[in-house]
Design a protein around this ligand. Structure first.
Ligand SMILES: [Fe+2]
Ligand SMILES: [Fe+2]
Length: 208
């Protein structure tokens, strides 16, 4: 199993690994590279708007760029599917959070918190997945920022199965609290997102 294969200690700097990862996904899974960079860009804008310090912002940058690394283990035909996913395919997609945790946990020289961004970015305080998650990692609000930025980027970006959406339209979609996917989004972070959109401070790659 993958856990045995990865049960080794690797002495690689996080910066070096992030560059390698982005080169890999930008070459082979282009939308994932663009999405990772967009999610990081929105995350950093939000963190700056919320007054976070440089050390937290750096941690968030690593966490956002690597948050979907577990998708390297998702079959490409599911990731690139242009039709609605079946229930089983969606369950397979969900495992990217756990694979992401396992991969990042194998790099002992990385900041300890990075793996929590990967495993918890869809958790949404128990409204999302995977559950149950019983540990508290001390970076909850940074993960809340990543969760909002991830959702925002994913809705805005074009995919093979959908067109891009404007920032205003995306915010409206995310504000619909009757939609299960929006439950557990941090309201304070959403307020800062609105401020950034109104101020024209959101600029994403990959379209327009
Ligand atoms: Fe994800
Ligand atoms: Fe994502």
């Amino acid at each position: 199993m993958i856990k045995d294969v990865l049960d080794i200690s690797l002495d690689i700097k996080a910066d070096e690994f992030v560059k390698f990862y982005l080169k890999l996904v930008n070459r082979n899974l282009n939308h994932l590279g663009t999405h990772s960079e967009n999610t990081a860009s929105v995350s950093l804008s939000l963190a700056k708007s919320m007054g976070y310090k440089a050390a937290d912002i750096k941690l968030l940058k690593y966490g956002a760029l690597l948050h979907d690394i577990g998708k390297l283990f998702t079959p490409a035909e599911i990731l690139n599917s242009s039709r609605a996913l079946t229930g089983i395919e969606f369950e397979i997609i969900k495992t990217h959070t756990l694979f992401g945790y396992e991969v990042l946990d194998s790099f002992k020289s990385f900041p300890e918190e990075i793996k929590y961004f990967a495993v918890k970015h869809h958790y949404r305080h128990g409204f999302g997945y995977p559950k149950p998650l019983i540990y508290d990692n001390g970076v909850e609000t940074l993960i809340d920022i990543l969760t909002v930025a991830d959702s925002f980027s994913a809705i805005m970006e074009p995919r093979v199965y959908k067109n891009n959406v404007t920032p205003e339209g995306t915010f409206e979609i995310m504000s619909d609290e009757t939609n299960e996917k929006n439950k557990g989004l941090n309201k304070d972070v959403m307020g800062h997102l609105k401020y950034l959109i109104d101020d024209n401070k959101i600029n994403l790659k990959g379209f327009f």
